[in-house]
Structures are given as C-alpha cells and as structure tokens.
Design a protein around this ligand. Structure first.
Ligand SMILES: NC(=O)c1ccc[n+]([C@@H]2O[C@H](COP(=O)([O-])OP(=O)(O)OC[C@H]3O[C@@H](n4cnc5c(N)ncnc54)[C@H](O)[C@@H]3O)[C@@H](O)[C@H]2O)c1
Length: 269
C-alpha cells in the first residue's frame, strides 16, 4: 500500500519542506493549513510533479476541524502512516504584558493543535496496525529556558513532554507507532510573520507594544538570524532520516546542545 503522510502547517516553511520530501518519496500527501491560497499553490505544484495530493483547509486549534481532516484523509486514501503535527505561530512580549488573546492563540495552535492531532489520529493508527510515525514539531526553545518568547516556550516545552509521554505509553502498549519530536534552531520560513494568520477573534487590539522575539543566536536581530537559518528542505531531510532510523529527538542544530546541557546542569545544581 502507498504510504500516506498528513502534514499540518503544510502551506509554508517546514511543513512545505516535509510535504515536498514525502511527495518525492512517492507518498500520498495530505496538506492541512489555514492559509487557503498558499495551500492551493502547493497543491498545484506537487500535482504537477505527479504527487497524489489532498488539501483540507484546517485550523488545528479546532478539534472538529482536525476530526474532519482525519475523516477526509481516510475517505480519500484509506489509511494514514505519518502525521506531522507541525503548524505553529509565534508572538512575544514580556510575559506580564501578554493579553489573554496572545495566550489563547499561541497555545491554541502550538499545543492544542498537537493535542487534537494525537487524540484524533492515534486511535485510528492503533486500529490500522501498520507501522506509523508521529512527528511533533517543537523547537530548540522547547528544550531550553531563560527569558524571551515565553508563551512560545511554554507551548514548545509542552510539545516535547507530550511527545515523551506519548512515545513511552505507545511503547508500553507494544503499538506499531513511533513518535519523533523535531527541535530545530532557526529555519528560513514565514514564522516571524505569523500574524498573517491570526484569527480576527484573537487580535491584540488592547496593546500597541511591539512584539520582541528572542534571538537564539544572541545577535539581538531575530529576523537576520532567521534569514541566515537552515532551509526547510534540509530540516525535512533530518525528519526523513529520523523516521528511517527511529530517532526520537530530532536535533537539526547540534550547536545548541550546549544550551540544553547548561539548563539541565542548572536544574541539577
Ligand atoms: N522557523 C523557525 O526558525 C522554527 C524553529 C523552530 C521551530 N519552528 C516550528 O516549526 C513549525 C512550522 O513553522 P515555520 O517556521 O515553517 O513557519 P511558517 O509560518 O512558514 O509555517 C507555519 C504554517 O502554519 C500555518 N498555521 C498557522 N496557524 C495555523 C492553524 N491554526 N491551523 C493550521 N495551520 C496554521 C501557517 O499558515 C503556515 O503555513 C512551527 O511549529 C514552528 O513553531 C520553527
């Protein structure tokens, strides 16, 4: 049977890189995103290269929409083998200045999106019984602490520990599902323009404080660091290899390992 990969946040950046990589392997790909136009453009591009593609406009923070994504996937392709819970957004101010809308938006997409993906797809994968993979996109900011980008860090630490718990529980059950957690540093994507997809209902009308993003590389200029980052295609290659080798933590930027070690040592001290 041809493999089926579902990717959320597929219309841009890392998600698009994953979709292109899986399609190049001859998999059927299911593209889920809120951004309809970018989704349609990717669909046309992948189809012109011979891929079998289903696009489902999906807001991952909405359980019913993720349920619809799973339903349409099974109806169209009959199975699911890889789920990439990848959609994500960022927004950053000093923690006490964040509005409730900020918390709801970022946790809704980054953490609840992954929760909905797991709740919806894992039972179907268990019933199916074939070898399956779940790739949750966290971040290097899911492994380190410190000030800056607080809500995002909360969401990504949540994704890391959720993935660890899921992997252990599936292994204890003897399930044929492997879990992977992707923890990249900077990647050249649209992430710094996340506001383009912020829903009207969660806009930040009550504050004019400009967003301030943490600069992982310490330069003070997040956009310059991001633009010098890794390509989505290279990240997708790391993910593809991790699926082949059964690697749980996917480190695309080993230069950040020292910061992880430093945090762990601070905790133990
Ligand atoms: N770019 C980086 O440097 C970097 C580093 C570490 C982790 N990440 C993570 O990678 C993932 C992908 O982000 P990216 O960098 O490719 O950014 P991106 O903005 O290029 O892509 C994110 C995609 O998610 C979609 N999206 C936003 N809200 C959504 C929602 N509610 N439902 C469905 N889709 C939604 C957007 O439309 C967009 O297509 C995110 O989880 C992000 O946190 C990015």
């Amino acid at each position: 049977m041809q493999k089926v990969a579902v990717i959320t946040g597929a219309a841009s950046g890392i998600g698009r890189g994953l979709a292109e990589r899986f399609a190049a392997e001859g998999m059927n790909v299911v593209l889920a995103d809120v951004e309809a136009e970018a989704l349609a453009e990717l669909e046309t591009d992948l189809k012109s290269k011979g891929a079998d593609v289903l696009t489902v406009q999906t807001d991952v923070s909405n359980a019913a929409e993720v349920e619809n994504l799973a339903g349409q996937t099974l109806e169209t392709f009959g199975a699911v083998h890889i789920l990439c819970n990848n959609a994500g957004v960022v927004c950053s101010r000093p923690i006490w200045e964040h509005t409730l809308a900020d918390w709801e938006w970022v946790l809704g997409v980054n953490l609840w999106g992954v929760i909905h993906g797991i709740r919806t797809f894992v039972p179907r994968m268990l019933t199916q019984g074939d070898a399956c993979h779940i790739v949750n996109t966290a971040s290097i900011l899911g492994l380190i602490g410190g000030g800056g980008t607080g809500i995002y860090k909360v969401s990504k630490h949540g994704v890391v520990v959720l993935s660890e718990a899921l992997a252990d529980e599936l292994a204890q059950k003897g399930a044929n599902i492997q879990v992977h957690v992707l923890c990249p540093g900077w990647v050249r994507t649209g992430i710094l323009d996340s506001d383009r997809n912020r829903p009207d209902t969660l806009q930040n009308r009550e504050t004019q404080t400009p967003a301030r993003l943490q600069t992982i590389g310490g330069s003070g200029n997040a956009r310059a660091e991001m633009e010098a980052g890794m390509s989505p295609a290279e990240v997708a290659e790391h993910v593809y290899n991790a699926i082949q080798t059964g690697t749980f933590y996917i480190h695309t930027h080993p230069e950040h390992k020292a910061a992880i070690r430093e945090r762990m040592e601070r905790i133990l001290e």
